[in-house]
Design a protein around this ligand. Structure first.
Ligand SMILES: Nc1ncnc2c1ncn2[C@@H]1O[C@H](COP(=O)(O)OP(=O)(O)OP(=O)(O)O)[C@@H](O)[C@H]1O
Ligand SMILES: [Mg+2]
Length: 265
């Protein structure tokens, strides 16, 4: 298998203390100006994420979770407060949304190489890297398939591979498994953990599933109803590697109760 080259940003990150934040959100507020009045969506949102952490964001529908991700991705400007990346002045940020959003006229391989093509990377090198990610995301044999011939889970794996090919310092995922059935979703969670462990990426993922959040995360952040702010930052101290059986253990159940209570407040 071809190994992925190291991103210069990542290599400089490795030399730094991994216990200091890679991302710092400080007193973030977002208000959307609407014809019928201002909509205050986020207020005083504060959190840090350390390098290599897997963090999930949980909260009621419409509480501003996607807005937080869109601010971090640079798609929505903060109304107040700040988002800083203390380890890199220009971090690479990968984004995966609920829908895979693949280009229907490009093969799996060509969808994955797209970000590198846009950057002007040599096509042979881009393909080598895409093939390595195809192995990592278990898509071998589908390199030349078209998006319409893929299952939902496979399309999402292509979207994850397309985000990873940029070797992002931070991977933002907004309910990436939201449209999948329960069994496929469990399988995808396990695959995502393998990918994360292999890539040692830093992940912030929005999910509506309490058990998915516990199974995947180092920490779970809970956001309140509008205007959203972080009301709980729960450390998930389950050992790794994680497995499905952990869902039935007492510590898992206790954490699920704490999170459920926090969301319902
Ligand atoms: N660009 C925008 N302009 C105006 N209002 C917006 C915009 N984006 C989001 N909103 C509003 O902000 C609020 C929060 O939306 P957001 O999508 O961040 O919530 P969410 O927590 O991701 O919800 P869900 O769990 O349903 O995906 C909603 O009331 C939404 O209508
Ligand atoms: Mg959302």
């Amino acid at each position: 298998m071809t190994s992925l080259p190291t991103n210069p940003n990542n290599s400089s990150l490795e030399s730094m203390d991994s216990s200091s934040p890679i991302l710092s959100v400080s007193d973030l507020g977002v208000t959307f100006k609407e014809k019928k009045g201002d909509l205050r969506v986020l207020r005083n949102v504060n959190f840090n994420i350390l390098e290599h952490q897997f963090v999930c964001l949980l909260g009621p529908s419409g509480s501003g979770k996607s807005t937080i991700l869109r601010v971090l991705a640079g798609l929505v400007p903060p109304t107040c407060g700040s988002v800083t990346f203390p380890k890199s002045s220009q971090p690479t940020i990968g984004v995966v949304f609920q829908d895979a959003n693949l280009l229907p006229w490009r093969t799996v391989l060509k969808n994955i190489t797209l970000p590198l093509e846009i950057q002007g990377v040599d096509p042979t090198l881009a393909e080598e890297q895409a093939l390595a990610l195809i192995q990592l995301t278990n898509l071998q044999g589908f390199e030349h398939s078209m998006p319409q011939d893929l299952s939902g889970g496979m399309a999402q794996r292509v979207a994850i591979a397309r985000a990873l090919i940029q070797q992002p310092d931070i991977l933002l995922m907004d309910e990436p498994f939201g449209s999948l059935d329960a069994l496929t979703r469990e399988k995808m969670s396990a695959e995502l953990l393998n990918i994360w462990q292999a890539q040692r990426s830093t992940v912030l993922m929005v999910t509506h599933s309490i058990s998915e959040a516990i199974l995947l995360s180092d920490r779970v952040l809970v956001i309140s109803p509008l205007p959203g702010r972080i009301t709980l930052d729960l450390q998930i101290d389950l050992p790794r590697p994680r497995n499905e059986e952990m869902r039935f253990t007492a510590p898992f159940g206790e954490m699920a109760q704490v999170l459920r209570a926090a969301i319902q407040v």
